[in-house]
Design a protein around this ligand. Structure first.
Ligand code: ATP
Ligand code: MG
Length: 481
């Protein structure tokens, strides 16, 4: 059975990097009728936060990446929070000590630091000397009784460690270059590598898809699994996502929380499509992909090797595409929370209905949902003043006094219109221009500014229709003054 997992630590923002890995794990599981597992790696007690853990659940839920096993939903291989599995790790640490594959180490920080300095002075790569490897039982007992708190180290064998990475092929490292590493800290908690190796084994994880910065860890985890005679999963190392300055996107440098993309007005479909292509492509040139497309097309051999810079412009482009594809009601409902943040919008039946007509003309124009706050304003709020320079610059070849006259005549004309719909209004205004010998271009620009206070707007007469007769007449009258 295909079983994959993500194991984020609740120590900061669940960011795009983690989200991209979650997506790949999810689609790989779905493609193979496998299981997608959420495990919370919360052994760093000092940095854990409840809010951060909540962010993981909410981020995944927003993206629709539902998990089959996890701390909240349970499952056959729980618990799924590492802090609740300490006894399990302890059992295997004891086992490795008994077997002679691990040992107590009483070296202090100062001693280790001295050792490192000496090695560097001799131009040797720093590596733990193995000083405590051969302590006698008596020495160990004496030190333990005197109250010293040892770490436990893993005895690294003298051999080449290798594995076949799903993206990069065979990778090797010489065990001789690796010092005996700590698997249990002096506070009794397992280290990251130990807990991860045990959990992947005990949770029967078949494939580990995570990013490349874990390759050095993978060698250590393999050593632990080999010592335990455990099944070794297939490792697949994914490229890293980089900030524009090519630094790694990282919790430690305050990467954006994935939920903030929602708050910025991105649609989850756009975010998913965008992150899917950060490190993988379907190979057929297709860029617009639904989750189903991704599930159908996903394969390891189309994952790229090199790291990817995160490009907001591209995300915006995807977002525009998905906004244009969305059904009006859904788009309106997604926009309401943004409008509620403004001081001009009140939720009631009439205003809600009005949003549908506005959205129909704005859908083509917005790239992010938060833009509705600005873009919808003119439909609810009449311009409080007019910028005479804006009018002079844009309504050319006509004197101000003629503009006033033109507005006056237009108002009279519009008052006669009982069928207040875009087409009727446009026809009436075109006829009117013919009759009085004015270019439509001139009049329509004047009307656009008078109606909206701005020289750009959705199609003019759609705007008139939505704003309505009373408000339109009032706006033109105010402008005339
Ligand atoms: P920290 O700074 O605390 O190490 P992090 O940002 O690296 O945090 P982790 O919790 O260590 O996040 O990693 C969670 C998952 O996200 C792992 O699978 C890791 O490989 C992946 N990951 C982390 N950063 C990136 C990145 N910049 N690009 C792609 N994947 C990433
Ligand atoms: Mg990390």
């Amino acid at each position: 059975e295909i079983r994959v997992r993500i194991a984020p630590s609740p120590t900061g923002n669940f960011h795009v990097g983690t989200a991209r890995n979650s997506l790949y794990n999810y689609i790989f599981a779905r493609k193979n009728n496998g299981k997608f597992i959420l495990r919370i790696d919360d052994t760093d007690m000092r940095r854990n936060s409840e809010e951060s853990e909540k962010g993981i659940y909410e981020g995944l839920k927003w993206l629709g990446l539902d998990w089959d096993e996890g701390p909240d939903v349970g499952g056959p291989y729980g618990p799924y929070r590492q802090s609740e599995r300490i006894e399990i790790y302890q059992k295997y640490i004891d086992y490795l000590i008994d077997k002679g594959d691990a040992y107590y180490c009483f070296c202090t920080e100062e001693e280790l630091e001295m050792e490192r300095k000496e090695q560097i002075a001799k131009k040797q790569p720093p590596k733990y000397s193995g000083k405590c490897r051969n302590l006698t039982m008596e020495e160990i007992d004496r030190k333990l009784k005197s109250g010293l708190k040892p770490t436990v180290r893993f005895k690294v064998p003298n051999k080449i460690i290798s594995f076949n990475d799903g993206v990069r092929g065979e990778l090797k490292w010489d065990g001789n270059l690796i010092g005996d590493f700590v698997i249990r800290k002096s506070d009794g908690l397992p280290t990251y590598n130990f807990a991860t190796a045990i959990d992947d084994w005990k949770m029967k994880i078949s494939h580990v898809l995570r990013s490349q910065e874990h390759i050095p860890n993978t060698f250590l985890q393999i050593l632990i699994l080999e010592a335990l005679d455990a099944e070794i999963p297939q490792y697949v190392h994914l490229p890293l996502l980089l900030n524009e300055d090519r630094s790694k996107i990282s919790k430690r440098d305050g990467a954006l929380y994935i939920g903030e993309y929602k708050e910025m007005g991105y649609l989850k479909e756009a975010v998913l499509n965008f992150i899917a292509l950060l490190g993988w492509n379907p190979g057929d040139g297709e860029e617009i992909l639904s989750i189903e497309d991704m599930i159908n097309k996903f394969s390891f051999d189309r994952i790229n090797n090199s790291n990817v810079v995160f490009d907001f412009k591209k995300l915006e482009w995807f977002n525009g595409i998905y906004i244009r594809r969305k059904d009006i009601k859904e788009l309106v409902d997604l926009s309401v929370p943004f409008l509620m943040e403004t001081d001009y919008f009140k939720m009631n039946e009439e205003n809600y209905k009005k949003l549908f007509s506005i959205m129909r003309v704005e859908q083509e124009r917005i790239k992010r949902l938060d833009e509705v706050k600005e873009a919808f304003k003119m439909f609810f709020v009449e311009p409080s003043e007019y910028d005479i320079n804006l009018i002079k610059e844009n309504v050319k070849k006509i004197e101000v006094k003629d503009m006033v006259f033109l507005l006056e005549k237009t108002i009279e004309e519009l008052k006669m219109e009982d069928n207040w719909h875009a087409e009727e209004l446009e026809k009436r205004m075109r006829d009117f221009c013919d009759r009085i010998g004015t270019k439509t271009k001139i009049l329509f620009m004047l009307l656009r500014i008078a109606e909206t206070g701005s020289k750009v707007s959705p199609p003019l007469f759609d705007t008139f229709e939505i704003i309505g007769k009373d408000s339109t007449i009032r706006r033109l009258t105010n402008c005339k003054k």
